[in-house]
Design a protein around this ligand. Sequence first.
Ligand code: T3D
Length: 261
Amino acid sequence: MNYDHILYDVAEGVATITLNRPQTLNAFNDAMIAETTAVIKQAGRDEAVRCVVLTGNGRAFSSGQDLADVQSRGDNFSIGAHLRHGYHQLILQMVNLEKPIIGAINGVAAGAGCGVALAADIRVASDRASFMLAFSRVGLIPDSGVNWLLPRLIGQARAYEMAITADKVSAAQALAWGMVNRVVPADQLMATVLAWATSLAAGPTLAYGLTKRAMNKAWTTSLAEALGYEAYLQEIAGRSEDSGEGVLAFLGKREPQFKGR
Ligand code: T3D
């Protein structure tokens, strides 16, 4: 497939999606939202893809919604409908993808761009990256899942502070707060992320996906229900080819050769 606003590359089991509107700091227009959503769906179906990396071209990860695009729509534009048909599909596609997604946060992640960064499972930030809930600067509330995702990562007081001040949070601060997993020098970002992603792509993909499903569901269930769901999913994982291979490899004192199923 050809894309106008993203780049897509698959190598060694890793699909790399690059948001590619650098002249706007990778602001999301409708086409970029739709292309990113579609390509994540495609990565989910493609057995050759076992880990996804999401990054931005140029000096930003994403500046969020393209404000010039919204401005050009006039008074009849419905933000609610726009969110429901656009960003919600993208965020849900990411959170429900049963393969790990690493956000390679190369620069500022603002507004909905921050929401998309938070919907990745793991974030590795460049030391030049920052996070900014820019919404209140344009009189909006956080959207794109930020109200659900961010308090779970850093607590409500910090998340609310970020929302109402719209101040930039540095990569170092984000690391201290638990918003990102690692911070690396800018010139080492993609090498670090691709090395990690390639190693994950050689892992037990089915188990990684079921783990994501179990952890997502656990947010909204009781402990007893979570235990029950773990047992249900573990039954599936325990019968997988990779589980059998993992046990044999351990007993044979050799490295496992996981197939992802
Ligand atoms: O419709 C809906 O669904 C509503 C959903 C809303 C979700 C949201 O995301 S609301 C929040 C939208 N985002 C923002 O408010 C952030 C706007 N951008 C900024 O505040 C700043 O650009 C940054 C802090 C991110 C970076 O600042 P800086 O100084 O490094 O760069 P800059 O000079 O402001 O931007 C560089 C260019 O990108 C500039 O264009 P130019 O002058 O070189 O032609 C700027 O206009 C453009 N740009 C940056 N952000 C956006 C943008 N163009 C359109 N939309 C943007 N969001």
